[in-house]
Design a protein around this ligand. Structure first.
Ligand code: HEM
Length: 485
Protein backbone atom coordinates (compact mmCIF):
# COMPACT_ATOMS: atom_id res chain seq x y z
CA UNK A 1 0.00 0.00 0.00
CA UNK A 2 1.41 3.40 -1.02
CA UNK A 3 1.05 6.08 1.69
CA UNK A 4 -1.58 8.71 0.87
CA UNK A 5 0.96 11.53 1.30
CA UNK A 6 3.22 9.92 -1.28
CA UNK A 7 0.29 9.52 -3.69
CA UNK A 8 -0.68 13.16 -3.32
CA UNK A 9 2.90 14.43 -3.68
CA UNK A 10 3.30 12.38 -6.84
CA UNK A 11 0.09 13.85 -8.31
CA UNK A 12 1.16 17.37 -7.36
CA UNK A 13 4.43 16.92 -9.30
CA UNK A 14 2.21 16.29 -12.35
CA UNK A 15 0.42 19.62 -11.97
CA UNK A 16 -2.65 18.45 -10.04
CA UNK A 17 -3.64 21.10 -7.51
CA UNK A 18 -6.29 21.51 -4.84
CA UNK A 19 -7.22 23.01 -1.47
CA UNK A 20 -4.50 22.82 1.14
CA UNK A 21 -4.42 20.28 3.96
CA UNK A 22 -5.44 21.40 7.42
CA UNK A 23 -4.91 19.27 10.50
CA UNK A 24 -6.64 16.92 11.30
CA UNK A 25 -9.70 16.89 9.03
CA UNK A 26 -8.07 17.81 5.69
CA UNK A 27 -10.40 19.85 3.50
CA UNK A 28 -13.64 18.51 4.94
CA UNK A 29 -14.31 21.48 7.28
CA UNK A 30 -13.97 23.93 4.39
CA UNK A 31 -16.23 21.68 2.33
CA UNK A 32 -18.92 21.49 5.05
CA UNK A 33 -18.79 25.27 5.55
CA UNK A 34 -19.38 25.90 1.83
CA UNK A 35 -22.38 23.54 1.81
CA UNK A 36 -23.82 25.17 4.93
CA UNK A 37 -23.46 28.64 3.45
CA UNK A 38 -25.00 27.57 0.17
CA UNK A 39 -28.00 26.04 1.94
CA UNK A 40 -28.45 29.15 4.11
CA UNK A 41 -28.37 31.51 1.16
CA UNK A 42 -30.85 29.49 -0.91
CA UNK A 43 -33.45 31.72 -2.50
CA UNK A 44 -37.06 30.89 -3.10
CA UNK A 45 -36.42 31.08 -6.88
CA UNK A 46 -36.81 27.78 -8.68
CA UNK A 47 -33.52 27.72 -10.56
CA UNK A 48 -31.82 24.57 -11.77
CA UNK A 49 -28.20 25.46 -11.00
CA UNK A 50 -28.13 22.29 -8.97
CA UNK A 51 -24.39 21.68 -9.22
CA UNK A 52 -23.40 25.09 -7.82
CA UNK A 53 -26.04 24.92 -5.08
CA UNK A 54 -25.58 21.38 -3.81
CA UNK A 55 -21.87 20.82 -4.32
CA UNK A 56 -20.43 24.34 -4.00
CA UNK A 57 -17.08 22.89 -2.91
CA UNK A 58 -16.59 20.97 -6.18
CA UNK A 59 -17.89 23.94 -8.18
CA UNK A 60 -15.43 26.32 -6.44
CA UNK A 61 -12.45 23.96 -6.58
CA UNK A 62 -12.93 23.17 -10.29
CA UNK A 63 -12.99 26.90 -11.02
CA UNK A 64 -9.88 27.44 -8.91
CA UNK A 65 -7.80 24.35 -9.66
CA UNK A 66 -9.12 22.93 -12.92
CA UNK A 67 -11.33 20.00 -14.00
CA UNK A 68 -9.11 17.49 -12.19
CA UNK A 69 -8.05 18.37 -8.65
CA UNK A 70 -7.19 16.77 -5.34
CA UNK A 71 -8.74 17.41 -1.91
CA UNK A 72 -8.09 16.00 1.53
CA UNK A 73 -10.56 13.64 3.18
CA UNK A 74 -8.85 13.60 6.58
CA UNK A 75 -5.27 12.60 5.88
CA UNK A 76 -6.21 10.91 2.60
CA UNK A 77 -6.01 12.71 -0.73
CA UNK A 78 -8.89 12.07 -3.14
CA UNK A 79 -8.66 12.90 -6.82
CA UNK A 80 -11.68 14.47 -8.52
CA UNK A 81 -11.81 13.81 -12.27
CA UNK A 82 -14.35 15.76 -14.34
CA UNK A 83 -12.77 15.77 -17.80
CA UNK A 84 -15.17 13.65 -19.91
CA UNK A 85 -12.44 11.81 -21.81
CA UNK A 86 -10.71 10.75 -18.59
CA UNK A 87 -14.04 9.83 -16.97
CA UNK A 88 -14.76 7.57 -19.93
CA UNK A 89 -11.32 5.97 -19.73
CA UNK A 90 -11.92 5.12 -16.06
CA UNK A 91 -15.48 3.83 -16.35
CA UNK A 92 -15.01 1.88 -19.59
CA UNK A 93 -11.88 0.09 -18.40
CA UNK A 94 -12.49 -3.65 -18.53
CA UNK A 95 -9.12 -4.77 -17.25
CA UNK A 96 -9.94 -4.08 -13.62
CA UNK A 97 -7.54 -1.11 -13.31
CA UNK A 98 -10.25 1.05 -11.71
CA UNK A 99 -12.32 -0.95 -9.20
CA UNK A 100 -14.71 0.71 -6.74
CA UNK A 101 -13.14 2.71 -3.93
CA UNK A 102 -13.25 0.87 -0.60
CA UNK A 103 -16.11 2.02 1.59
CA UNK A 104 -15.60 2.98 5.18
CA UNK A 105 -17.72 3.60 8.27
CA UNK A 106 -21.43 4.02 7.85
CA UNK A 107 -21.42 3.92 4.05
CA UNK A 108 -20.13 0.37 4.39
CA UNK A 109 -23.00 -0.44 6.74
CA UNK A 110 -25.56 0.91 4.24
CA UNK A 111 -24.09 -0.62 1.10
CA UNK A 112 -22.59 -3.73 2.70
CA UNK A 113 -20.61 -6.15 0.58
CA UNK A 114 -22.87 -6.44 -2.40
CA UNK A 115 -23.37 -5.70 -6.07
CA UNK A 116 -22.61 -1.99 -5.78
CA UNK A 117 -19.30 -2.49 -3.98
CA UNK A 118 -18.02 -6.00 -4.80
CA UNK A 119 -15.48 -6.89 -7.47
CA UNK A 120 -14.37 -9.94 -9.46
CA UNK A 121 -16.16 -13.26 -9.32
CA UNK A 122 -18.32 -12.28 -6.36
CA UNK A 123 -19.65 -9.31 -8.36
CA UNK A 124 -20.02 -11.20 -11.67
CA UNK A 125 -22.14 -13.98 -10.21
CA UNK A 126 -24.75 -11.64 -8.72
CA UNK A 127 -24.58 -9.17 -11.62
CA UNK A 128 -25.65 -11.97 -14.00
CA UNK A 129 -28.56 -12.81 -11.75
CA UNK A 130 -29.59 -9.14 -11.34
CA UNK A 131 -29.29 -8.53 -15.10
CA UNK A 132 -31.70 -11.36 -15.64
CA UNK A 133 -34.18 -10.21 -13.00
CA UNK A 134 -34.25 -6.51 -13.86
CA UNK A 135 -34.18 -6.76 -17.67
CA UNK A 136 -36.38 -7.30 -20.74
CA UNK A 137 -38.70 -10.28 -20.37
CA UNK A 138 -38.69 -10.30 -16.57
CA UNK A 139 -39.39 -6.57 -16.61
CA UNK A 140 -42.40 -7.01 -18.86
CA UNK A 141 -44.02 -9.18 -16.24
CA UNK A 142 -43.45 -6.45 -13.66
CA UNK A 143 -45.41 -3.78 -15.60
CA UNK A 144 -48.86 -4.83 -14.29
CA UNK A 145 -47.51 -4.94 -10.71
CA UNK A 146 -46.03 -1.46 -11.11
CA UNK A 147 -49.23 0.00 -12.57
CA UNK A 148 -51.37 -1.53 -9.83
CA UNK A 149 -49.15 0.13 -7.19
CA UNK A 150 -49.53 3.48 -9.01
CA UNK A 151 -53.29 2.93 -9.27
CA UNK A 152 -53.55 2.45 -5.51
CA UNK A 153 -51.61 5.68 -4.93
CA UNK A 154 -53.82 7.63 -7.36
CA UNK A 155 -56.99 6.37 -5.69
CA UNK A 156 -55.82 8.24 -2.61
CA UNK A 157 -54.97 11.33 -4.69
CA UNK A 158 -58.66 11.67 -5.61
CA UNK A 159 -59.19 13.15 -2.13
CA UNK A 160 -56.67 15.88 -2.97
CA UNK A 161 -58.52 17.43 -5.93
CA UNK A 162 -57.82 21.19 -5.72
CA UNK A 163 -55.53 20.62 -2.76
CA UNK A 164 -51.82 20.50 -2.01
CA UNK A 165 -49.91 17.22 -1.94
CA UNK A 166 -46.23 16.50 -1.27
CA UNK A 167 -45.34 14.16 -4.11
CA UNK A 168 -41.89 13.46 -2.63
CA UNK A 169 -43.59 11.71 0.32
CA UNK A 170 -46.03 9.93 -1.99
CA UNK A 171 -43.25 8.63 -4.26
CA UNK A 172 -41.28 7.45 -1.23
CA UNK A 173 -44.18 5.12 -0.42
CA UNK A 174 -44.86 4.19 -4.04
CA UNK A 175 -41.30 3.15 -4.86
CA UNK A 176 -40.98 1.06 -1.70
CA UNK A 177 -44.22 -0.69 -2.55
CA UNK A 178 -43.03 -1.30 -6.15
CA UNK A 179 -39.64 -2.73 -5.18
CA UNK A 180 -41.21 -4.85 -2.41
CA UNK A 181 -43.78 -6.36 -4.75
CA UNK A 182 -41.57 -6.82 -7.81
CA UNK A 183 -38.25 -7.90 -6.30
CA UNK A 184 -39.22 -9.44 -2.99
CA UNK A 185 -42.77 -10.69 -3.52
CA UNK A 186 -43.88 -8.93 -0.37
CA UNK A 187 -45.86 -5.80 0.36
CA UNK A 188 -44.65 -2.48 1.69
CA UNK A 189 -46.04 -3.39 5.07
CA UNK A 190 -43.95 -6.55 5.26
CA UNK A 191 -40.81 -4.69 4.17
CA UNK A 192 -41.71 -1.57 6.18
CA UNK A 193 -39.38 -2.42 9.04
CA UNK A 194 -36.47 -2.91 6.69
CA UNK A 195 -37.11 0.33 4.79
CA UNK A 196 -37.41 2.32 8.00
CA UNK A 197 -34.18 0.91 9.37
CA UNK A 198 -32.32 1.41 6.06
CA UNK A 199 -33.64 5.00 6.00
CA UNK A 200 -32.43 5.64 9.58
CA UNK A 201 -29.02 4.16 8.79
CA UNK A 202 -28.83 6.33 5.67
CA UNK A 203 -29.67 9.42 7.77
CA UNK A 204 -26.83 8.56 10.19
CA UNK A 205 -24.49 8.06 7.22
CA UNK A 206 -25.37 11.47 5.83
CA UNK A 207 -24.89 13.12 9.24
CA UNK A 208 -21.43 11.64 9.48
CA UNK A 209 -20.33 11.87 5.84
CA UNK A 210 -17.63 14.44 6.54
CA UNK A 211 -16.72 13.38 10.07
CA UNK A 212 -13.28 11.93 10.04
CA UNK A 213 -12.86 9.03 12.52
CA UNK A 214 -9.36 8.18 13.58
CA UNK A 215 -8.15 4.59 13.62
CA UNK A 216 -8.56 2.93 16.97
CA UNK A 217 -10.88 5.53 18.47
CA UNK A 218 -14.09 3.68 17.65
CA UNK A 219 -12.77 0.60 19.44
CA UNK A 220 -12.26 2.54 22.67
CA UNK A 221 -15.13 5.00 22.39
CA UNK A 222 -18.34 4.64 20.41
CA UNK A 223 -20.43 7.68 19.52
CA UNK A 224 -24.23 7.52 19.90
CA UNK A 225 -24.50 7.25 16.11
CA UNK A 226 -22.09 4.33 16.07
CA UNK A 227 -24.08 2.48 18.73
CA UNK A 228 -27.35 3.23 16.89
CA UNK A 229 -25.77 2.24 13.55
CA UNK A 230 -24.75 -1.16 14.91
CA UNK A 231 -28.20 -1.71 16.37
CA UNK A 232 -29.83 -0.86 13.04
CA UNK A 233 -27.47 -3.12 11.13
CA UNK A 234 -28.44 -6.04 13.38
CA UNK A 235 -32.13 -5.15 13.08
CA UNK A 236 -31.97 -5.06 9.26
CA UNK A 237 -30.26 -8.45 9.17
CA UNK A 238 -32.89 -9.95 11.48
CA UNK A 239 -35.82 -8.63 9.44
CA UNK A 240 -34.32 -9.75 6.13
CA UNK A 241 -33.73 -13.22 7.57
CA UNK A 242 -37.42 -13.39 8.46
CA UNK A 243 -38.34 -12.68 4.83
CA UNK A 244 -35.85 -15.32 3.70
CA UNK A 245 -37.12 -17.94 6.16
CA UNK A 246 -40.66 -17.36 4.97
CA UNK A 247 -39.52 -18.03 1.42
CA UNK A 248 -37.55 -21.11 2.48
CA UNK A 249 -40.66 -22.62 4.02
CA UNK A 250 -42.98 -21.77 1.10
CA UNK A 251 -44.91 -24.76 -0.43
CA UNK A 252 -42.61 -25.25 -3.47
CA UNK A 253 -39.33 -24.74 -1.61
CA UNK A 254 -38.81 -28.47 -1.06
CA UNK A 255 -38.49 -28.94 -4.84
CA UNK A 256 -35.94 -26.11 -5.07
CA UNK A 257 -38.43 -23.55 -6.37
CA UNK A 258 -38.09 -20.43 -4.24
CA UNK A 259 -39.84 -18.10 -6.68
CA UNK A 260 -38.72 -16.24 -9.80
CA UNK A 261 -38.27 -12.79 -8.25
CA UNK A 262 -34.93 -11.44 -7.03
CA UNK A 263 -35.41 -12.78 -3.50
CA UNK A 264 -36.27 -16.24 -4.86
CA UNK A 265 -33.19 -16.26 -7.10
CA UNK A 266 -30.90 -15.25 -4.25
CA UNK A 267 -32.36 -17.88 -1.92
CA UNK A 268 -31.89 -20.42 -4.70
CA UNK A 269 -28.15 -19.83 -5.00
CA UNK A 270 -27.88 -19.79 -1.23
CA UNK A 271 -29.09 -23.43 -1.44
CA UNK A 272 -27.27 -24.43 -4.66
CA UNK A 273 -26.55 -28.17 -4.79
CA UNK A 274 -22.98 -27.28 -5.78
CA UNK A 275 -21.49 -26.06 -2.50
CA UNK A 276 -18.91 -23.96 -4.37
CA UNK A 277 -21.64 -21.95 -6.07
CA UNK A 278 -23.48 -21.11 -2.85
CA UNK A 279 -23.40 -17.66 -1.32
CA UNK A 280 -23.20 -17.09 2.42
CA UNK A 281 -26.19 -15.88 4.46
CA UNK A 282 -24.31 -12.62 5.16
CA UNK A 283 -23.73 -12.05 1.46
CA UNK A 284 -27.37 -12.77 0.60
CA UNK A 285 -28.54 -10.32 3.28
CA UNK A 286 -26.28 -7.58 1.92
CA UNK A 287 -27.56 -8.13 -1.62
CA UNK A 288 -31.16 -7.81 -0.46
CA UNK A 289 -30.40 -4.74 1.65
CA UNK A 290 -28.72 -2.97 -1.24
CA UNK A 291 -31.70 -3.38 -3.54
CA UNK A 292 -34.03 -2.09 -0.82
CA UNK A 293 -31.87 1.03 -0.62
CA UNK A 294 -30.84 1.55 -4.26
CA UNK A 295 -34.22 0.61 -5.63
CA UNK A 296 -36.31 3.26 -4.03
CA UNK A 297 -34.47 6.43 -2.96
CA UNK A 298 -33.14 7.04 -6.47
CA UNK A 299 -36.48 6.49 -8.20
CA UNK A 300 -38.23 8.69 -5.62
CA UNK A 301 -35.74 11.45 -6.42
CA UNK A 302 -36.22 11.09 -10.20
CA UNK A 303 -40.02 11.13 -9.99
CA UNK A 304 -40.13 14.09 -7.60
CA UNK A 305 -37.86 16.27 -9.76
CA UNK A 306 -39.82 15.30 -12.89
CA UNK A 307 -43.04 16.50 -11.27
CA UNK A 308 -41.37 19.74 -10.16
CA UNK A 309 -40.17 20.40 -13.72
CA UNK A 310 -43.54 19.60 -15.27
CA UNK A 311 -45.41 21.64 -12.64
CA UNK A 312 -43.29 24.66 -13.55
CA UNK A 313 -43.30 24.08 -17.35
CA UNK A 314 -46.90 23.89 -18.37
CA UNK A 315 -46.04 23.54 -22.08
CA UNK A 316 -44.05 20.34 -21.46
CA UNK A 317 -46.72 19.02 -19.10
CA UNK A 318 -49.28 19.43 -21.90
CA UNK A 319 -47.01 17.87 -24.55
CA UNK A 320 -46.37 14.87 -22.30
CA UNK A 321 -50.11 14.52 -21.58
CA UNK A 322 -50.95 14.63 -25.29
CA UNK A 323 -48.45 11.86 -25.99
CA UNK A 324 -49.80 9.72 -23.15
CA UNK A 325 -53.37 10.19 -24.46
CA UNK A 326 -52.31 9.26 -28.00
CA UNK A 327 -50.42 6.20 -26.78
CA UNK A 328 -52.71 4.79 -24.10
CA UNK A 329 -55.94 6.80 -24.20
CA UNK A 330 -57.30 6.23 -20.71
CA UNK A 331 -56.03 2.65 -20.54
CA UNK A 332 -53.37 1.37 -18.19
CA UNK A 333 -49.87 1.69 -19.72
CA UNK A 334 -48.45 -1.48 -21.30
CA UNK A 335 -44.83 -2.33 -22.07
CA UNK A 336 -45.12 -1.76 -25.87
CA UNK A 337 -46.58 1.70 -25.37
CA UNK A 338 -44.00 2.56 -22.72
CA UNK A 339 -41.24 1.84 -25.24
CA UNK A 340 -42.81 4.30 -27.72
CA UNK A 341 -43.00 7.35 -25.41
CA UNK A 342 -40.67 9.83 -27.09
CA UNK A 343 -41.52 13.16 -25.42
CA UNK A 344 -41.51 11.45 -22.04
CA UNK A 345 -37.99 10.19 -22.78
CA UNK A 346 -36.77 13.71 -23.54
CA UNK A 347 -38.27 14.97 -20.28
CA UNK A 348 -36.81 12.14 -18.19
CA UNK A 349 -33.35 12.60 -19.74
CA UNK A 350 -33.40 16.33 -19.13
CA UNK A 351 -34.58 15.76 -15.57
CA UNK A 352 -31.77 13.25 -14.96
CA UNK A 353 -29.29 15.71 -16.45
CA UNK A 354 -30.34 18.65 -14.28
CA UNK A 355 -31.11 16.61 -11.16
CA UNK A 356 -28.98 13.43 -11.25
CA UNK A 357 -30.09 11.35 -8.22
CA UNK A 358 -26.62 9.78 -7.84
CA UNK A 359 -24.16 12.65 -7.60
CA UNK A 360 -20.75 11.03 -7.31
CA UNK A 361 -19.10 7.83 -8.54
CA UNK A 362 -16.11 6.41 -6.73
CA UNK A 363 -13.17 4.38 -8.03
CA UNK A 364 -9.54 3.73 -7.19
CA UNK A 365 -6.39 2.82 -9.12
CA UNK A 366 -5.74 -0.89 -8.45
CA UNK A 367 -2.11 -0.45 -9.55
CA UNK A 368 0.13 2.26 -10.97
CA UNK A 369 -1.82 3.22 -14.06
CA UNK A 370 -1.83 5.74 -16.89
CA UNK A 371 -4.86 8.02 -17.18
CA UNK A 372 -4.65 10.44 -20.13
CA UNK A 373 -1.33 12.19 -19.57
CA UNK A 374 -1.33 11.45 -15.86
CA UNK A 375 0.29 8.56 -14.02
CA UNK A 376 -1.83 7.55 -11.03
CA UNK A 377 -0.04 5.70 -8.24
CA UNK A 378 -1.59 2.49 -6.91
CA UNK A 379 -4.44 3.13 -4.43
CA UNK A 380 -5.23 6.64 -5.71
CA UNK A 381 -8.85 7.28 -4.67
CA UNK A 382 -10.91 8.77 -7.50
CA UNK A 383 -14.22 10.65 -7.41
CA UNK A 384 -16.31 11.44 -10.50
CA UNK A 385 -18.74 14.33 -9.96
CA UNK A 386 -21.76 13.59 -12.16
CA UNK A 387 -23.48 16.97 -11.66
CA UNK A 388 -20.29 18.80 -12.71
CA UNK A 389 -20.42 17.00 -16.05
CA UNK A 390 -24.18 17.49 -16.44
CA UNK A 391 -23.98 21.25 -15.85
CA UNK A 392 -20.79 21.99 -17.77
CA UNK A 393 -21.55 24.94 -20.12
CA UNK A 394 -18.68 23.93 -22.41
CA UNK A 395 -20.64 20.80 -23.27
CA UNK A 396 -24.25 21.83 -22.85
CA UNK A 397 -23.98 25.52 -23.72
CA UNK A 398 -24.64 28.68 -21.71
CA UNK A 399 -28.19 27.44 -21.09
CA UNK A 400 -26.85 24.38 -19.22
CA UNK A 401 -28.90 25.23 -16.11
CA UNK A 402 -32.18 25.60 -18.01
CA UNK A 403 -34.85 22.92 -18.52
CA UNK A 404 -34.85 22.25 -22.27
CA UNK A 405 -35.83 18.66 -23.03
CA UNK A 406 -35.56 19.41 -26.76
CA UNK A 407 -31.76 19.29 -26.45
CA UNK A 408 -32.13 15.47 -26.44
CA UNK A 409 -34.38 15.41 -29.53
CA UNK A 410 -31.59 14.21 -31.82
CA UNK A 411 -30.23 11.65 -29.36
CA UNK A 412 -27.73 11.66 -26.51
CA UNK A 413 -24.64 11.71 -28.75
CA UNK A 414 -25.77 14.95 -30.42
CA UNK A 415 -26.84 16.49 -27.10
CA UNK A 416 -23.42 15.79 -25.57
CA UNK A 417 -21.49 16.76 -28.72
CA UNK A 418 -20.18 13.19 -28.77
CA UNK A 419 -18.84 13.36 -25.22
CA UNK A 420 -20.56 10.17 -24.13
CA UNK A 421 -19.26 10.56 -20.56
CA UNK A 422 -20.90 13.96 -20.20
CA UNK A 423 -24.27 12.34 -19.47
CA UNK A 424 -23.96 9.69 -16.79
CA UNK A 425 -27.10 9.46 -14.66
CA UNK A 426 -26.72 5.67 -14.52
CA UNK A 427 -22.93 5.51 -14.83
CA UNK A 428 -21.35 3.82 -17.85
CA UNK A 429 -19.37 0.72 -18.76
CA UNK A 430 -19.51 -2.63 -16.97
CA UNK A 431 -20.84 -1.13 -13.71
CA UNK A 432 -23.78 0.70 -15.32
CA UNK A 433 -26.85 0.74 -13.09
CA UNK A 434 -28.55 -2.64 -13.15
CA UNK A 435 -31.90 -1.00 -12.37
CA UNK A 436 -31.82 1.39 -15.36
CA UNK A 437 -34.68 -0.19 -17.29
CA UNK A 438 -36.60 -1.04 -14.15
CA UNK A 439 -36.52 2.53 -12.90
CA UNK A 440 -37.30 4.18 -16.24
CA UNK A 441 -40.24 1.83 -16.73
CA UNK A 442 -41.51 2.63 -13.26
CA UNK A 443 -41.10 6.38 -13.85
CA UNK A 444 -42.88 6.26 -17.23
CA UNK A 445 -45.78 4.26 -15.83
CA UNK A 446 -46.19 6.56 -12.83
CA UNK A 447 -45.91 9.78 -14.87
CA UNK A 448 -48.29 8.48 -17.57
CA UNK A 449 -50.94 7.50 -15.07
CA UNK A 450 -50.65 10.82 -13.20
CA UNK A 451 -50.88 12.81 -16.46
CA UNK A 452 -53.96 10.81 -17.49
CA UNK A 453 -55.80 11.81 -14.33
CA UNK A 454 -54.41 15.13 -13.04
CA UNK A 455 -53.10 18.53 -14.00
CA UNK A 456 -50.75 20.04 -11.46
CA UNK A 457 -49.07 23.34 -10.64
CA UNK A 458 -46.41 24.10 -8.07
CA UNK A 459 -47.79 25.05 -4.64
CA UNK A 460 -47.07 28.53 -3.25
CA UNK A 461 -45.75 26.66 -0.19
CA UNK A 462 -43.03 24.89 -2.16
CA UNK A 463 -39.49 25.70 -1.02
CA UNK A 464 -36.81 24.86 -3.57
CA UNK A 465 -33.96 23.22 -1.74
CA UNK A 466 -32.14 20.50 -3.66
CA UNK A 467 -29.64 18.91 -1.26
CA UNK A 468 -27.06 16.15 -1.33
CA UNK A 469 -28.47 13.74 1.24
CA UNK A 470 -26.69 10.59 0.09
CA UNK A 471 -28.54 11.19 -3.15
CA UNK A 472 -29.99 14.40 -4.65
CA UNK A 473 -33.07 15.06 -2.55
CA UNK A 474 -35.69 17.84 -2.45
CA UNK A 475 -35.02 18.70 1.18
CA UNK A 476 -38.39 20.41 1.70
CA UNK A 477 -40.38 17.99 -0.43
CA UNK A 478 -42.17 18.79 -3.71
CA UNK A 479 -45.57 20.32 -3.01
CA UNK A 480 -47.99 20.68 -5.89
CA UNK A 481 -51.69 21.52 -6.24
CA UNK A 482 -53.64 18.82 -8.03
CA UNK A 483 -56.58 19.33 -10.35
CA UNK A 484 -58.48 16.24 -11.44
CA UNK A 485 -59.12 16.00 -15.20
C1 HEM B 1 -33.26 7.00 -11.11
C2 HEM B 1 -32.90 5.89 -10.56
C3 HEM B 1 -31.48 5.39 -10.46
C4 HEM B 1 -30.31 6.06 -10.66
C5 HEM B 1 -30.10 7.51 -11.07
C6 HEM B 1 -29.24 5.12 -10.43
C7 HEM B 1 -27.90 5.41 -10.57
C8 HEM B 1 -26.89 4.47 -10.53
C9 HEM B 1 -25.52 4.72 -10.88
C10 HEM B 1 -24.95 6.06 -11.30
C11 HEM B 1 -24.85 3.56 -10.75
C12 HEM B 1 -23.38 3.31 -11.11
C13 HEM B 1 -22.50 3.36 -9.91
C14 HEM B 1 -21.02 3.29 -10.29
O1 HEM B 1 -20.65 3.13 -11.44
O2 HEM B 1 -20.22 3.41 -9.36
C15 HEM B 1 -25.79 2.56 -10.27
C16 HEM B 1 -25.47 1.25 -9.98
C17 HEM B 1 -26.37 0.36 -9.45
N1 HEM B 1 -27.73 0.53 -9.31
FE1 HEM B 1 -28.77 2.19 -9.78
N2 HEM B 1 -29.79 3.91 -10.07
C18 HEM B 1 -31.15 4.03 -10.08
C19 HEM B 1 -32.08 3.05 -9.81
C20 HEM B 1 -31.78 1.78 -9.41
C21 HEM B 1 -32.74 0.75 -9.10
C22 HEM B 1 -34.24 0.91 -9.21
C23 HEM B 1 -32.03 -0.35 -8.70
C24 HEM B 1 -32.52 -1.71 -8.29
C25 HEM B 1 -33.59 -2.28 -8.70
C26 HEM B 1 -30.62 -0.02 -8.78
C27 HEM B 1 -29.59 -0.86 -8.45
C28 HEM B 1 -28.27 -0.59 -8.74
C29 HEM B 1 -27.20 -1.55 -8.49
C30 HEM B 1 -27.35 -2.93 -7.86
C31 HEM B 1 -26.01 -0.95 -8.95
C32 HEM B 1 -24.61 -1.57 -8.94
C33 HEM B 1 -24.34 -2.23 -10.27
C34 HEM B 1 -22.95 -2.82 -10.38
O3 HEM B 1 -22.01 -2.29 -9.79
O4 HEM B 1 -22.83 -3.81 -11.10
N3 HEM B 1 -30.50 1.28 -9.22
N4 HEM B 1 -27.03 3.13 -10.17
Amino acid sequence: MVESDAITSFLVTQGIRGPSYSFPSGSTKELAKMVRQSMETSTSDITHDVFRRTQPYIYTWIKKYGANFIYWHGSHGRLFISEPELVKEILMNREGFFPKMEMEGYVKKVLGEALITNEGEKWEKIRRLANHTFHSESLKSMVPKMSSCVSAMLEKWKDYDGKEIDVFKEFGLLTTEVISRTAFGSSYLEGKNIFEMVAKLTAITVRNANNIRFPGISIIFKSDDEVEGEKLEKGIKGSIMELVKKRESSPNAASGDFGSDYLGQLVKIRHDSDVNKRITAEHMIDEIKVIYGAGHLTTTSLLSWCILLLATHDDWQEKAREEVKETFGFHTPDSDGIARLRTMNLIINECLRLYPPALTLTRKASKKVKLGNLILPQDTNILIPIAALHHNPEIWGEDADLFKPERFARGIAKATKNNSAAFLPFGMGPRTCVGLNFTTNEAKIALSMILQRFKFVISPNYIHQPAEIFILTPKKGVKVILKAI
